[in-house]
Structure formats: C-alpha cells, structure tokens
Ligand binder design. Structure first.
Ligand SMILES: [Zn+2]
Length: 231
C-alpha cells in the first residue's frame, strides 16, 4: 500500500524548498566568476596544494616531550613485538610478581627463575643468575659492559655507549630480543611449567637475530651486522 503524504505536510515542504533556493540566490560568490578558483589544505600555519596524511597526523596526534630513551626502543629495522616489550619494560609496566602483589593479588613474589629474590623488572631482566647467564652469551657477540647491569639505566647507557652506529644497532636488536625471550621463558615457566636452560634461550635469541639481520641485509647499517654478530 503506497505511503501518502498529508497535503498539509507537502505544502510546508514545498515552502521550505522555495525559501532555501531563494536564500541561496541572494548569496554573492566569494570570487569574480572570471577568476580561476583554487583550493588549499591548511595544516597548522602551512598551506599546501596537496593533502598529506603525515602532516595531518602530526597536527592531530597528542604530543609530549621526546624522551631520551626513544631511539633505544623505537628505531628503523626493529621488530615491533620486541620494541613493544622493551617499551613496557622501560616503563616498568610488565606484570611482574611484585607489581601483581602491589595490586592486591595473592601471589608469591619470588622470582620464577631462582626463587631467591623478589621478582622485580630489574631482577627478572638484569640481575637474576639465570638472566645473567643469558646476557653473558649475548655480550660475547656485542662487546660486554665493564660490569653486569644493576638497574635499567645501566642497560640503556651500555647500548648508547657503542663506538659505531652498527654496534649500537646490534646492541639494540640483541637487547630487545633478550628482554623479549626472557619474558617469554618466564611466562612459559609460570603458566606451562616448561623449563629451558640459559643456553636454550640464547639459541632462540641467536636464531632470531640471524633472521632479523638476514631479512634486512640490503639496508645500509645492516650490511655488516651478520659478521659482527657471528664473530
Ligand atoms: Zn631470580
């Protein structure tokens, strides 16, 4: 059955259309019809004849002061899952047992690797005996620090102190892979009861580093990285 609009309503709609059309005809054009019109995209104070998504994103995104560790966490050639884990570890936001307990959860705070210390981020990734065994093999591939790390800032300093950009890149890749695999093994041990030796963890790190470098061997700073890693 067809829908019938009441006559009164049709009359009102016609009047609105006529009123809109009448109004539009009274508005003068902004430019003389003889002049060619152009358009501009304006992001901030910079006009442009073409749209740039990067400029628009820079204008729209929330910004903060650049932190001094950002080049250690985010860099070209990094593996996203490694960078993300490093970023969380850097902020001490990973759910280590000391943090779970501080949130009121009834869990043991013992380190799952050694069971002798409280599981903090620094202990889990830097100071635990198990962890240091993994780091010692990693160091043999990218020049060890003068002493083992006691806190996170020493790890960042060691990465930045590399003598060449290539060595710095290797340290960044190796450190991120080490943090990632230590966390993975920690979770494996707690949730799946799978225990692996530090040598087995290094085997995973080594395999991953070889794959990362091979996949990027055409890039400038990755060209000689494999020989540095395998020496
Ligand atoms: Zn421990």
């Amino acid at each position: 059955m067809p829908f019938k609009v009441p006559l009164g309503l049709c009359h009102i709609q016609d009047r609105i259309r006529k009123w809109n059309f009448t109004l539009i005809t009274t508005i003068s054009l902004p430019l003389n019809p003889d002049i060619d019109d152009i358009y501009e995209w304006v992001a901030g104070d910079t006009p442009s004849h073409s749209f740039r998504s990067s400029t628009t994103w820079e204008m729209l995104r929330p910004k903060q002061e650049e932190v001094d560790w950002c080049d250690v966490v985010w860099f070209k050639g990094a593996v996203p899952k490694h960078s993300f884990t490093m970023w969380l570890a850097n902020y001490d936001r990973l759910p280590t047992r000391n943090r779970l307990a501080s949130w009121g959860m009834t869990v043991t705070t013992d380190c799952p690797f050694c069971s002798r210390e409280v599981e903090t981020s620094d202990h889990l990734f830097l100071r635990c005996e198990y962890t240091q065994d993994v780091w010692s093999v990693v160091f043999s591939r990218c020049h060890p620090p003068l002493a083992s790390f006691s806190d996170w800032s020493e790890l960042l300093s060691w990465i930045r102190a590399a003598a060449t950009p290539e060595l710095k890149l290797l340290r960044k890749l190796a450190s991120q892979a080490t943090i990632f695999h230590l966390l993975k093994q920690r979770n494996n041990l707690i949730h799946n009861h799978i225990s692996l030796s530090p040598v087995s963890i290094f085997y995973c790190i080594d395999k991953e580093l070889r794959n990362i470098i091979s996949a990027r061997k055409g890039r400038k700073h990755f060209r000689y990285l494999m020989s540095m890693w395998l020496r």
